[in-house]
Design a protein around this ligand. Sequence first.
Ligand code: GBH
Length: 475
Amino acid sequence: GNPDYRDSGLEFPEGFIFGSATAAYQIEGAFDEDGRGPSIWDTFSHTPGRVENSDTGDKASDHYHHLEEDLDLMESLGLHAYRFSIAWSRIQPAGRGPANEKGLAFYGRLVDGLLARGIRPIATLYHWDLPQALEDEGGWTNRDTAYAFADYARIMGEALGDRIDTWTTLNEPWCSAYLGYASGAHAPGRTEDAAALAAVHHLNLAHGLAITELKKVVTNDPDFSITLNLHVIRGEGETGPEAVRQIDGVGNRVFLGPLLTGEYPADVLADTAGITDWSFVWPGDTEIIHQPLDVLGVNYYSTTLVRIWDGVSPFQHSDGHGDAGASPWPGAGRVEFLAQPGPYTEMGWNIEPAGLEELLVKLHDEFPDQPLMITENGAAFADVVVQEPTGPAVHDVERTDYLRRHFTAAHRAIQRGVDLRGYQVWSFMDNFEWAYGYSKRFGIVYIDYETEARIPKDSALWYRGLVSTGTIPEG
Ligand code: GBH
């Protein structure tokens, strides 16, 4: 193997699912059309100072009005699967009550369009866009939101439950809970640690309740899943192991515990005892959360380096906030996040393909019978459109290299025995990158936000080669 992970000629197993991913608020636009109600991201992005450049998802990549074109593009790249999310507030504009037929019709067209092209639909029910009406009642800090989510899941199961390949309940509940309610970097922008921990539990509960409802109504024996952003954490120096324990606890095990073993980790309850007594966990909840997962979705971008703050040098929060801004790590207030060696993507995230291999192998060692799927991996770089004799092109050499290295890492994990079912590249197209707005491009397809023209980048053409042969291309 190549120590640099820049490998080629590696062949993936037969049946490996190569695809690409997006999320509703990041691509759809049409924010006030066909009965869609406002979500917390509409409110947040329309609040001055929350999103870079005051960007909003009002129009985004205008996928809502480019559905057929986008489906054709997916087909032309040969994708086996497409991972998308459903905007809850298109289905239930106020988060409760009868389904909006026009909302259902849009996702029905999307799913039928995928199936007609031989592309498997991987549907995520929640990628951060809570109906604002539910946030007005406390959002994820309110237990009722979990039951409202289960009701919405049942509606979607009844509408699409004969056609979806994989149902994913939540995307990255870590972000919903901690960026939404602790650091405030994401909608709804609250900064209360106790609220964030209640949100963690109600998101876990929502997952369990939703799977229970879906199982009652679906008819085609789909896979059930959840997607987590699991942190690959390395410790620095003497205090490294203790810092790793804390971040792994409140970042990873607070989800993996109830989901895969049916209990919250005792050390996390202890670390956060000064914030909350966890009385929002009711008897029976962890049994509801602990459902068999046909596949566990893993999103991976980078690694994290931590130690316990020495009380002298300037304190560093995650995401480079320094000592300004609230931390997304309740109960781990003395953990310091250190700069890593690079190279970095345009997000400033350390490029470390070995972290992906490490994460997959570690999950497999701990949960040997748990099939895994990479539901997101990709990179933002500053893309430039150039005019070639053949037309406009984007020579995104760095993104192609990033993908090559991470596919190599995934291949190595498979060689080491990991049951990895597939890999969804983030993202199919450039889109609204949350608090960064349109300033960051993750797509393998370029979006011209003036004309909404789609231009497959070189990385997309490279990926087409990988998908069609199952082998990492030479070069
Ligand atoms: C994913 O979030 C999202 O699912 C997707 O919508 C988004 O567009 C994509 O990635 C790109 O951002 O450990 O505190 O230092 C990834 C969000 C990014 C959250 C890395 C944790 C590290 C912060 N994650 N981040 S920290």
